[in-house]
Design a protein around this ligand. Sequence first.
Ligand code: SIN
Ligand code: CO
Length: 392
Amino acid sequence: MIETTATTRHFLGMSAAAFLRDVWQRKPLLVRNAFANFSSPLRPDDLGGLACEDFALSRLVTHDPASDRWTLRNGPFSESDFAELPESHWTLLVQDVDKWDADVAALLGPFDFLPSWRVDDVMVSYAEDGGSVGAHVDQYDVFLLQGQGRRRWQISTDAKAPKDFRGDVELKLLREFAPTHEWLLEPGDMLYLPPGVAHHGIAEGQCLTFSIGMRAPAVAEMVADFSGFLAERLNEELRYSDAGIKPARAAGEIDDAALESIGRTLQDALKVDAPTLRGWFGAFITRYRAAHEAVPRGKPMRDSEFRRRLEAGAGLQFNPWSRFAWSKALRGASLFVAGDRYDCPRRLAERLCSRRNLDPDELANLDNASHELLLALVNAGHLAVGRNRSRP
Ligand code: SIN
Ligand code: CO
């Protein structure tokens, strides 16, 4: 089964448990009507406006079908860049739109069945007729939600198909692509692709597509970070040792006995207990490839002012760039925010990771520890104190 239709209960056409068991990371799935009666939370003009801002990551991909020439330009763009574009065969892509637009961020709600630290961003593309970024392979799982207009998606599930790139294009385009499946997606339809499935999406008329992309650090990145973390903690006095070795047979030889000892030393050094592993991974994944860092408040807010603002009915808002995760600890939980660890009551940790802004009602009657933690997050720039609730 590679195609299904959403039901009123299940937007993926099956329960989250069934999706994770049978589909996730394993095979593509087309879901018709995943977002019923879908109306795009963003207009193409809004996307164009965002692509003109220097804080947004944007790209323009143009294809000349006659010569099969591709051009890639990076933003920020200006209105005149758009005015000079051809009538067809171009795509504008903007990453991290969920960080700038709360309605786009709300598209992530149904994906709460995945750990939030696995979710990377919502990238939005706008294409004119024939617009495409070419046939390619991504390293990440992606949910391609059709937002406005129609897009023809072709994919190849042939694991043996060659994966080499064209040498003449800045984009990593496949030299060869023979689709095994093809669909025309309408607004609200969604195509899920696990990593490594070749795909090609071509706009049929004006077309807006939302890509909900996942985050998966390379194992090489994990090993590099983890070994750095461990190295900092290893005592200098812990050295390579070889008590009881035999006389060297030939000068310079690294013999089998030495190799065994080297292997054992490294394996022993890498062995850590669960709390250490949790501590490392929580910090690593919440700062992994962060595009923007929170800016600490110039003048830290004092506890008395914080209390006064909360009592006056202020809520707390999240910095969309600050990534939160939590893990159980001996007592309560460890809360990880953008690479830092905080002790935190478990309920509060769960609540903070839900990423729904904190209402004044929830902030009344906080215990001292929670209060202190929230103030620390405010002063670090991860939370902002919102406007006071309007009084009737
Ligand atoms: C697009 O939206 O045009 C491309 C998205 C993708 O292929 O990952
Ligand atoms: Co792709």
